[in-house]
Design a protein around this ligand. Structure first.
Ligand code: GLN
Length: 194
């Protein structure tokens, strides 16, 4: 079974660990550099990207994470995790840094207060039928895709909420809370192939 880490500084890492275990992976929380080097894939969970950014530096994980991404480690970011993987962020807080890797521009908290949180069914050709039931919680959207990134899923209004670029995956929404294992399964196929 592949050994897959979940960045466990903050946010809903427990849910990701549970889904990965359900899929047969050996899933471990990652809080230290030595834990990061032992995994062949990493999930960055939802939570608060500004806090995750600060904690990654406080825990000495920022440089190891940058190195791992540059070395091609498969990484899947959900929501705040997608923000962490984005090369460019709109509505970031002053001084907020991301890890980058995905050639995209995301906007934090893109759905405003009225639609802070909502659920919708999303067609995702890479996962086949049925559509994914997608849960958005103070979610970002992908406002611009660079040349290297590809959209995997969009809302009816065309806004991109799932992206892929090589070994990196990102979703604005939270598959780990719905019981639909297909997105994590897609990620594990990248981990196995890497
Ligand atoms: N709004 C959060 C952020 O900016 C993301 C919310 C989430 O991960 N559910 O990091």
């Amino acid at each position: 079974a592949p050994r897959v880490g979940v960045l466990a500084l903050q946010g809903d890492f427990r849910e990701h660990l549970a889904v990965l275990r359900e899929l047969g992976a050996e899933a471990v929380p990652v809080r230290r550099p030595d834990e990061l080097v032992s995994v062949s894939g990493l999930v960055i969970p939802g939570g608060e990207s500004t806090v995750m950014d600060k904690l990654s530096r406080a825990f000495g994980l920022r440089e190891p994470l940058l190195d791992a991404i540059a070395a091609g480690l498969p990484v899947y970011g959900t929501c705040a995790g997608l923000i962490m993987l984005a090369d460019r962020v709109l509505d970031a807080t002053p001084g907020q840094q991301t890890l980058g890797g995905l050639d995209v521009t995301v906007r934090r908290n893109a759905f405003g207060s009225q639609l802070d949180s909502f659920e919708t069914d999303l067609k995702m050709p890479v996962l086949g039928d049925p559509p994914v039931h997608a849960v958005f919680i103070r979610a970002p959207v992908v406002e611009a895709l660079g040349e290297k990134a590809a959209a995997l899923g969009s809302l009816d209004d065309g806004r991109v909420v799932a992206v892929e670029q090589g070994n990196l995956l990102g979703t604005s929404f939270h598959p780990e809370v719905t019981g639909d294992l297909r997105f994590h399964d897609h990620f594990l196929s990248k981990v196995r192939a890497a």
